[in-house]
Design a protein around this ligand. Structure first.
Ligand code: ADP
Length: 170
């Protein structure tokens, strides 16, 4: 299975690229974004300042600096409103754009957090479903290993169960 769910802190994962759930300024924030900037160091912020921000559903790439990954792919997830504001399409686009950038940069192991499921309020089950469906669709045509890195216990429990369900039903 080229997609795996693991529990942990994405800043500690050794891989080609980790994905950051950034905001549109790309200048750092809370949650996983804050943890990545803190661990990568100030040179990440300096590179991000040159990128001119990023639109929701799109992605931009930087070096990994002090992190044990070569690259950081910054993507901006949608804020959850009620599910009727193209949240699903935009979230799918985050995964697709990030994987495309990873491929263009020769990455074979990429780690994602569960984008939009924190401060942006996307329900965890729905966020995981979009993530897994989009990643699996990409992996049908591309040779890559993808980790979904889940940080907290409660989210991990939901994701682990749901992931087995999604996999056994398709
Ligand atoms: P968003 O604004 O896209 O919702 P958050 O950073 O608030 O982004 O949350 C996205 C997900 O990342 C949440 O499930 C949160 O628990 C998780 N998260 C927070 N810190 C880390 C970390 N160090 N590694 C992996 N996931 C993390």
């Amino acid at each position: 299975m080229p997609i795996k769910i693991i529990k942990g802190d994405i800043t500690k994962i050794e891989c080609d690229a980790i994905v950051n759930a950034a905001n549109s300024t790309l200048l750092g924030g809370g949650g996983v974004d804050g943890a990545i900037h803190k661990a990568a160091g100030r040179r990440l912020l300096l590179e991000c300042m040159k990128l001119g921000g990023c639109k929701t559903g799109q992605a931009k790439i930087t070096r990994g600096y002090k992190l044990p990954c070569h690259y950081i792919i910054h993507t901006v997830g949608p804020k959850w409103k009620n599910g009727k504001n193209v949240e699903k399409e935009l979230l799918g686009s985050c995964y697709k754009a990030s994987l495309t950038l990873a491929k263009e940069n020769g990455c074979s192991l990429v780690a994602f957090p569960l984008i939009s499921s924190g401060v942006y309020g996307y329900p965890v089950d729905k966020a995981l479903k979009v993530a897994v469906e989009t990643i699996r669709s990409f992996l049908t045509e591309n040779d890559m290993l993808v980790y979904m890195v889940i940080f907290d216990n409660e989210t991990y429990q939901i994701c682990e169960e749901l992931f087995s369900e999604i996999c056994s039903s398709s």
